[in-house]
Design a protein around this ligand. Sequence first.
Ligand SMILES: *Cc1c(COP(=O)(O)O)cnc(C)c1O
Length: 223
Amino acid sequence: MSTIAENLRSIRSQLPSGVALTAVSKFHPVDALREAYDAGQRVFGESRLQELLPKIDAMPSDVQWHFIGHLQTNKVRSLVGRVALIESVDSERLLRLIDAESLRAGVVSRVLLQLHVAREETKFGLSPDELIDFFSRRAFESLRATHICGVMGMASNVDDPDRWRADFTAIRAAFDRCRQLGGSDLRGFDTVSMGMSHDFREAIACGSTQVRIGTDIFGERQY
Ligand SMILES: *Cc1c(COP(=O)(O)O)cnc(C)c1O
């Protein structure tokens, strides 16, 4: 079995320059995160607040944490100010709440808007139409303590690379359209987070700038 350091080296060698790596460490123990940290990894992704907060305390302070899970509105206050990026803002209501809580806490939150293009009906996120409508209305202009850095999305959970490519292409197209609509008022809107262990190569080919990889680094999760 290969080590975490070897896995990281192998993945990094497959990422073109300009594509960042978020190591998705959910359900893995702090020891595994330390191994990745010692191999140079600084950006980690977690999907559950009750797991993230103790890990923040246990790991060195120069780790950049990304929150990638569904965020319940009653957990927003505990999360703002603790992470470098909230990747999973899946409704305008949640965005407004993050903004209000960030203002209250005296911090600026960096976020990605989560896009829903996959076939599954249960997945969270804005549709491409909702996203484009948000930028057409210039709704970002009223945010006071939130910086929208880009979009995050997932491909359909099916074993079909053509389907993944179609989904990733749709995510990238919606991002490009929003960037066009925002124009020069939308500074720092430059991140397209897409691609996981099984589909990151396709995601990169379709314009990902940031991949979120768990299993290929840490092995299978023990739920
Ligand atoms: C768990 C998770 C990942 C990582 O998935 P792997 O298949 O283990 O690479 C990526 N993104 C999100 C949003 C996740 O919840």
